[in-house]
Design a binder for this molecule. Structure first.
Ligand code: NAI
Length: 249
């Protein structure tokens, strides 16, 4: 595709091998961006990129929790389409649910390392590349969660990281405004992806009953909002935390 609102832009999406990340790659490519699908699981990232075609997409392996890996990803991303991505979507994320009194330190550390530290590392290193290349119209979109604003038992680690992503986004937006880089985050409700598929059926049914629209969300319904935030249509949206939950609170 040569036209589209994101034509001429390069986007990098983490967690691109599954769920919301994969749907985001599809919609950013639909809107004309060249898309680098990045994931810890290279095979799944390759599947995403192959679906979009070699002219429009490339795959890259990254572990967002490792500074070395993220630095290498920046160098690799620059080579893919000969320019730094001006759109970055932090969709890599994990859960390790469990009640607090029994939560192993390892489960807290892993969730923190991917969800919050990973968002920090990818944002920092890719923003540096955008600034060095003096790219215009940068947009970073982080995946928080409505869980940041709920008191879900068994998700102390996950909820804390997703609340952290909101504050992180607000500060980054404030610091990067002068470079023309906007930073926003989305708080999805319960979306039909592999992350939610592992929940017990009874929990999923409870969520659906509490949700005003009476169903889980689709990954594309989050990706549409990400595509909007990535584009110049959202030029005045900065530091925002947008709930996309079907009305679930
Ligand atoms: P998913 O489990 O379908 O996909 C997550 C992807 O992240 C996988 O491809 C996985 O390989 C990748 N990943 C995990 N650790 C990584 C690492 N260290 N480095 C690079 N990639 C890594 O998850 P889903 O549902 O697509 O979620 C995407 C984001 O949206 C996550 O941050 C999640 O917390 C958030 N979210 C999801 C909701 C949902 O209901 N599915 C609701 C609210 C937020």
């Amino acid at each position: 595709m040569t036209g589209g609102i994101l034509a001429g832009k390069v986007a990098l999406v983490t967690g691109a091998g599954s769920g919301i990340g994969r749907a985001t790659c599809r919609l950013l490519a639909r809107d004309g961006a060249k898309v680098i699908a990045a994931d810890r699981n290279l095979e799944s990232a390759k599947e995403t990129a192959q679906e979009l075609g070699a002219e429009r997409s490339a795959a890259l392996q990254v572990d967002v929790s490792s500074a070395t890996s993220v630095q290498a990803a920046v160098a690799e991303a620059l080579l893919k389409f000969k320019q730094a991505p001006s759109i970055v979507v932090n969709s890599a994320g994990i859960t390790r649910d469990g009640y607090l009194l029994k939560m192993p330190e390892r489960d807290f550390d892993e969730v923190y390392s991917v969800n919050l530290k990973g968002t920090y590392l990818v944002t920092q290193y890719f923003a540096k590349a955008m600034i060095e290349q003096q790219l215009q119209g940068g947009s970073i979109v982080n995946l928080s969660s409505i869980v940041a604003r709920m008191n879900n038992m068994g998700q102390a680690n996950y909820a804390a990281t997703k609340a952290g992503v909101i504050s992180f986004t607000e500060v980054a937006a404030n610091e990067f405004g002068k470079f023309g880089i906007r930073v926003n985050c989305i708080l999805p409700g319960y979306i039909d992806t592999p992350m939610v598929a592992v929940l017990p059926e009874a929990i999923t049914q409870q969520v659906v009953q509490r949700c005003p629209v009476g169903r889980l969300g689709k990954p594309e319904e989050i990706a549409e909002v990400i595509a909007f935030l990535a584009s110049h249509k959202a030029a005045y949206v900065n530091g925002a935390a947008i709930e996309v939950t079907g009305g679930l609170k």
